[in-house]
Design a protein around this ligand. Structure first.
Ligand code: ADP
Length: 263
């Protein structure tokens, strides 16, 4: 605010160009504040697993543990290292997406192949704890960047798994709506999300329940990644949720990105 009033004094109102310059300064300040927040968040997210890892190492150094206890510690250390790895991978994915402001290329993405991959990954992640219903009601395919589409769809499916209690069911489906747009939806019967959180879910590191997200291996970056991938494909991310009942996350692709099946 101090900088802003300084600019106002230097460039009195009435000159359009100067007013634009003032606007730019506030935008820059906002961008700078966001960057500082982001760096603080990343540092915090990294420091936590490092601190826990060091705690385990110190204990192992000072105590004479038997083989079984050692193995238990190694497992716990591995999971902290895994957490750091996921965070770094998601940060790199996000940085690459942010650096690339071009629309995604128009390459053929075969949805049936993609859905088979998704189902395999989902079953591996769930380890038999959920029932899956993967439905391909359209044979239409997508035009886009395959790795990104797999990552966006995969993030929505893995969120559904991570936030849905055991035994409950999860469904994913691909269909064309009445306007010919392609919709990929994932529906879970998890805790749902209160409406005041919905608009903030795609912010980096925004979580409704911090400890729950961490416990399930979340980095807090998944939906930010999904949102970027959606933007690059001119797709919309639609979130519908009823607290206590579950959520549906939908990615809606424009007609221009739909390719009718050739086989
Ligand atoms: P995280 O790694 O924390 O899951 P995301 O960016 O993927 O990060 O999601 C942001 C937040 O949105 C999560 O922390 C969680 O609170 C909420 N969320 C995402 N998906 C679901 C879901 N299927 N059910 C309930 N809450 C969800």
């Amino acid at each position: 605010a101090a900088n802003l009033s300084l600019m106002l004094q230097a460039f009195p109102f009435g000159d359009k160009r100067n007013l634009l310059l003032i606007q730019d300064v506030t935008d820059l300040q906002k961008a700078d504040a966001m960057r500082r927040d982001f760096v603080a968040n990343v540092s915090h997210e990294m420091r936590t697993p490092i601190t826990v890892l060091m705690g385990f190492l110190e204990t192992m150094q000072s105590l004479d543990l038997d083989k079984a206890q050692q193995n238990q510690y190694f497992d716990m250390m591995m999971s902290q290292a895994q957490r750091m790895k996921s965070l770094v991978e998601d940060l790199l994915t996000l940085a690459n997406l942010e650096a690339n402001t071009l629309p995604a290329p128009m390459q053929l993405v075969k949805i049936s192949t993609l859905m088979a991959l998704l189902k395999n990954d989902a079953e591996a992640l769930s380890q038999g704890r959920h029932a899956f219903n993967f439905d391909l009601s359209s044979t239409a395919n997508l035009m886009g960047e395959e790795r990104e589409i797999l990552s966006a769809f995969g993030n929505l499916v893995s969120n559904a798994i991570r936030y849905t209690p055991d035994i409950a069911s999860i469904s994913a489906d691909w269909h064309l709506n009445e306007r010919g747009e392609g919709e990929f939806s994932v529906t879970d019967t998890g805790p749902g999300i209160a409406s005041e959180h919905l608009s903030r879910l795609t912010e980096r590191f925004y979580r409704v329940d911090r400890s729950r997200s961490r416990d399930t291996g979340g980095t807090g970056l998944g939906l930010a990644i999904v949102k970027h991938i959606a933007n690059r494909h001119q797709a919309q991310l639609i979130i519908e949720s009823t607290p206590g009942k579950g959520s549906t996350f939908t990615l809606r692709f424009p007609k221009e990105r739909i390719a009718n099946s050739v086989d």
